[in-house]
Design a binder for this molecule. Structure first.
Ligand SMILES: [Zn+2]
Length: 589
């Protein structure tokens, strides 16, 4: 082992160093040697790469934007002189085929290449850009790179969208057309950071573990306590997000089974921590930030390939996350135009590109988990969601689950939360799952279990839907719509998948309606009162209204007395009680 940081040639001309070492090794061992450079410590941010780094070795992290098919290049070429038939060879560094000037024997100037005695190597061009999650505006750095040898072989699995650690030298190349310098990254090693679906191997032992677990009665509880463990509390939200992880059918787009979720969070409520943790345990996930994402970066675009001159499709985040999850924080910072471009992928799970004679539909069987900040930096359960967030209503309705993280003040909850943070421990009795096991479990369930609704489950959800709409019949109320019906259907399927059951049972349907109504509660909504009272009320407001109604019906008090009594009983502001009275009770008597 040599500490290469201190070797001068290594630092000043790595290419040459690399070849010398490789040659030496091949000479010594007499066969092909693959030299790998791994875990190099000189790490720089991708967007800091510049002229200072030319011909030196650094490590960085970047995302693969595009990757070409493999190309063939000569690594060693044999010539035959056309005049005297002398055969001689030489090493090849670049991709171009070099020709010798004169024959060393007869001075002849024309040669044939003996292809069968030459040696070849694979290489590929890749385009690298700043990882989506690091972008804070729409300008970001992009570099061309070249991988060779085993890194370009079919056995080394690199895909567009992979976020990778890489070791490279920044090399100048001459742009012959313009006679200027261009740059390329010579990549000595590249390795995806996140395991993708195809790399998660499930052994027989794993499978028997997975099946053992699937029989546990409190499965949703166990899983939800093992996700977003870095954020205390929010049990009901974690249940919804757990079911989201199991949602989606990799083999079918219709009817949509993917559950899209949106978390609206006051700053400092742990929303981003939660999203990061979900990102880490999702088998295939892509992370992006709304503030730095363009329409092309989110969906797809047609661009001219500088190397081949033809138009090619470049996948954006939602296409890259096909059959996985897209974690999109700061969703509210996407431009209106970019948000509208999400209507198609969120409902039809595809992206259609029509540009430059290209009309193509790409699969985007992607589940979206978005995070957003409320407009006034604090979510108010008393107000309509639409008023509080910069997201068009049509797009908001694409989310099956919407949660608000709010700083509710409740003595018992606060006490429990404080104790948990102070002790920094999992709940006693919580089964702790290995994150890799969770990935394997999700991967297995998503790819092997395709539940169908039983009659019982179907009836239960249908009755819940019809009954709840009935509550809305006599008022100016907001009944559930078929959108909510779809969400409950998807939740029930996801819960059956979690149990590895091919049938959606009555129990799955009950969990689905529970998880759904709990998501409404975080918004200050209640399925049973969306029917009788228009819009959004907190539990406290509903209690005040109920109390007020009893007093009015008793006929014993004047309106002013009733308002005073409500203020007293609930310690509520006078203005709020008057508003509630005027809005909901004025016509009663
Ligand atoms: Zn010759």
């Amino acid at each position: 082992m040599i500490d290469l940081c201190n070797v001068e040639l290594f630092n000043n001309n790595f290419k040459q160093f690399f070849r010398i070492v490789e040659k030496q090794l091949i000479k010594e061992y007499g066969k092909d040697i693959i030299l790998k450079v791994i875990d190099y410590p000189k790490n720089i941010p991708f967007n800091h790469i510049h002229s200072k780094h030319v011909n030196k070795v650094y490590a960085t992290t970047a995302m693969i934007k595009t990757i070409t098919q493999f190309r063939l290049k000569l690594s060693f070429v044999m010539y035959r002189c056309k005049a005297c038939e002398k055969e001689f060879g030489r090493e090849v560094m670049g991709e171009l085929i070099p020709y010798p000037k004169v024959c060393p024997d007869c001075g002849g100037k024309r040669f044939d290449i003996i292809f069968e005695d030459s040696k070849y190597e694979d290489y590929k061009y890749i385009k690298l850009e700043e990882p989506l999650e690091n972008r804070t505006n729409k300008k970001f750095v992009e570099f061309k790179g070249k991988i060779e040898g085993y890194l370009a072989s079919p056995f080394y699995n690199l895909n567009a969208g992979d976020v990778c650690n890489l070791i490279f030298t920044l090399s100048p190349v001459i742009d012959k057309k313009n006679n200027t310098l261009d740059t390329i990254l010579d990549i000595w090693h590249i390795k995806p950071v996140n395991m993708t679906d195809s790399e998660i191997e499930i052994s027989d032992e794993d499978l028997s573990n997975i099946i053992d677990y699937s029989l546990k009665p409190d499965l949703l509880d166990i899983f939800s306590k093992n996700i977003a463990t870095n954020v205390v509390g929010y049990e009901s939200i974690k249940k919804g997000l757990t079911l989201q992880l199991f949602s989606g059918n990799p083999y079918a787009n219709r009817p949509r089974e993917n559950l899209h979720a949106l978390i609206i969070g006051d700053p400092g409520m742990g929303k981003s921590l939660m999203l990061n943790n979900i990102y880490e345990i999702t088998p295939k996930s892509v992370k992006a930030n709304g503030a730095g994402t363009s329409k092309a970066g989110l969906t797809a675009s047609a661009v001219r390939n500088e190397l081949t001159g033809t138009f090619e499709l470049e996948a954006g985040a939602i296409v890259l996350a096909d059959n996985g999850q897209l974690i999109l924080d700061e969703f509210d910072k996407l431009s209106h135009q970019v948000m509208l471009a999400l209507n198609e992928p969120m409902e039809d799970l595809s992206v259609t590109i029509s540009k430059a004679n290209i009309q193509q539909t790409l699969s985007a069987n992607t589940t979206i988990l978005a995070g957003a900040n409320p407009k006034n930096s604090r979510f108010d359960k008393m107000k309509e969601i639409g008023e509080q967030i910069n997201i068009p209503a049509s797009l908001l309705s694409r989310f099956d689950l919407i949660y608000a993280l709010t700083d509710d003040i409740n003595y018992d909850n606060d006490l429990a939360k404080a104790k948990k943070i102070l002790s920094n421990q999992a709940d006693t009795g919580t089964v702790v799952l290995d994150p890799l096991f969770i990935k394997k479990y999700i991967t297995y369930a998503k790819n092997n279990v395709f539940p169908k609704l039983s009659k019982d489950a179907e009836n239960y959800i249908a009755e819940f839907y019809a009954r709840t709409r009935q509550l809305a019949i006599n008022d100016d109320a907001k009944p559930l719509t078929t959108r909510e019906l779809g969400a409950m259907y998807r939740l029930a399927i996801a819960h059956a998948k979690l149990r590895l059951s091919d049938i959606v049972e009555l129990h799955d349907a009950k969990v689905a309606t529970d998880v759904y109504t709990e998501s409404l509660e975080t918004l200050g909504l209640d399925y049973s009162t969306v029917g009788s009272i228009q819009a959004v009320l907190s539990n406290n407001e509903r209690n005040i209204l109920f109390f007020m109604e009893q007093l009015i019906k008793s006929g014993e008090y004047s309106i002013n007395e009733i308002i005073d009594m409500c203020v007293e009983e609930y310690d509520a502001p006078l203005e709020k009680v008057e508003r509630l009275y005027n809005k909901h009770m004025k016509d009663l008597k």
